[in-house]
Design a protein around this ligand. Structure first.
Ligand code: ADP
Length: 454
């Protein structure tokens, strides 16, 4: 650091010396000298060859007035400069009592030696046309060692203070970050043990932890919902399986024990219940396959209109025997690209539901429309409709609006769930429009398929 500082100072002295040299003939040379000497904290003397001072500026603290300085020293410096091509840099104090290098003694009484330990003087012989001038530029090199040791001490204090502050900050930050995490962690462990209760994570200490809290609250909510669903599912499944089984067992036992009961009607009940049971099991299998995505859709172009017409034929018996009026309205034949078997399952499910829930007029309408260049199938009944608050749930598994509905006639509670899964796999849109007391219209829309465009 000291070496570096000295080099800078020496460079500065040289620069100032040379600038003065180039400006010496300017009219405002004395102004330039004064400014340079003042801003750089230097002492500048310009003498003529007779030793008379022409310009003088002193900004070195403790340096003596030039008049009282022994001109001999300046003379010696000038001599050195002459020997060195008119330029000489002397590292030592011309104001000091002793000029060590030259072993010169400054003997005049009353003069204070300059306090600075190191001084550098630049001497330059300026050749003027008429007369020769000598320029002396002197600068102190402040005792850097003292400064360094002060700075070192300050640095030590600053370092200690900074370390304490850093430790405090680290502690505070760790506490601020860590505490909520510990709290959340504790609660998350609770969540692992107890999934059926909705836990709220309310750490809001900072953005990330607030987000984590929200995510965990959401997770807890979802887990609780899933848990509730799972319980309901088990309850429903066991109920749905148990009822037909009980009936089958009951009738079979009755027929075995009471000879008179061995009638075709009772056998029919057993067959119907067994059929229901297998329908339920099939639905459950279908649904789980659909949901697991293992049942791939085999999409091929086919005529949806014809397909629905065929389905309608299956309901002829129902129409004739039970007085239902099931009508299919369409304008043109429409092709779609899809899994014909699965889509007919959708149509069956919707028509079956409509038949189950339609009003006393026993009317069900199936309509094929073209909406926005898509084919739309609507199945409308005239039944009681579905209350608005139940609409979002009817697509859920095992959801039944009226839990105590006349079961025998009604399905498994899986129908719409199967419908939904099949339609989703076809990227079809679907929905229901229902009004209490007026009936419901279930609809779905699919992209049309145009053979010519292939
Ligand atoms: P389900 O086998 O009970 O019919 P779904 O999944 O097919 O099961 O239907 C779910 C529920 O949606 C039904 O229990 C019923 O409450 C309601 N629902 C379905 N279709 C209709 C309809 N056309 N009219 C009135 N309610 C209906």
């Amino acid at each position: 650091m000291e070496k570096f500082y000295k080099k800078i100072k020496i460079d500065e002295v040289l620069t100032v010396g040379r600038r003065i040299t180039t400006n010496i003939h300017n009219s405002n040379s004395s102004q330039i000298v004064a400014t340079l000497a003042e801003t750089k904290n230097m002492s500048v003397i310009l003498m003529n060859s007779n030793g008379e001072i022409e310009l003088y500026a002193n900004n070195i603290e403790g340096a003596q007035a030039i008049t009282s300085v022994d001109t001999l020293k300046y003379y010696l410096l000038a001599m050195q400069a002459k020997q060195h091509d008119g330029e000489y840099l002397y590292y030592g104090d011309p104001f000091a009592k002793r000029m060590e290098e030259k072993n010169l003694f400054y003997q005049r009484g009353g003069l204070q030696p300059h306090q600075a330990s190191d001084v550098v003087t630049y001497t330059k012989i300026i050749d003027d046309q008429q007369t020769e001038k000598i320029l002396f530029v002197t600068s102190t090199i402040v005792p850097v060692n003292a400064t360094v040791s002060t700075i070192r001490k300050q640095l030590l204090y600053v370092t200690i203070i900074m370390l304490i502050v850093a430790f405090l900050l680290a502690f505070l930050i760790a506490k601020k970050i860590g505490d909520p995490i510990i709290r959340i962690n504790k609660k998350a462990k609770e969540l692992a043990k107890n999934t059926n209760e909705e836990l709220t994570f309310d750490a809001k200490d900072y953005l990330e932890i607030a987000e984590l809290s929200d995510t965990l609250s959401y997770t807890s909510k979802e887990l609780a919902k899933t848990e509730a669903l799972r319980r309901e599912l088990i309850a429903n499944v066991s109920h749905d399986l148990r009822t037909p089984l009980t009936l089958i067992c009951g009738y079979a036992e009755m027929m075995r024990d009471l000879p008179g009961e061995n009638t075709p009607e009772n056998t029919q009940i057993i067959i119907e219940e067994a059929t229901r049971l297998s329908a339920l099991v099939n639905d459950m299998l279908d649904l789980s396959k659909l949901q697991a995505g293992t049942q791939a859709m085999e999409r091929v172009p086919y005529s949806l209109t014809q397909n629905i017409q065929n389905i309608m034929k299956r309901y002829v018996a129902l129409t004739e025997q039970e007085g239902y009026e099931i009508t299919f309205y369409y304008d043109e034949e429409v092709m779609v690209n899809g899994d014909a078997l699965k889509i007919s399952q959708v149509v069956y499910n919707l028509i079956n539901n409509a038949i189950n829930y339609t009003g006393d007029d026993k009317r069900v309408a199936v309509r094929q429309k073209i909406v926005n260049n898509k084919v739309r199938i609507e199945v409308t009944d005239t039944g009681e409709g579905i209350a608005e608050e139940n609409l979002p749930y009817i697509w859920d598994r095992y959801y039944k609006v009226d839990k105590t509905h006349k079961r025998a006639a009604i399905g498994t509670g899986l129908g719409l769930s199967i419908v939904q899964n099949i339609l989703k796999a076809h990227h079809a849109t679907y929905g229901v429009i229902s009004e209490r007391g007026k009936g419901s219209t279930f609809w779905f829309e699919m992209d049309r398929y145009f053979p010519n465009n292939v």
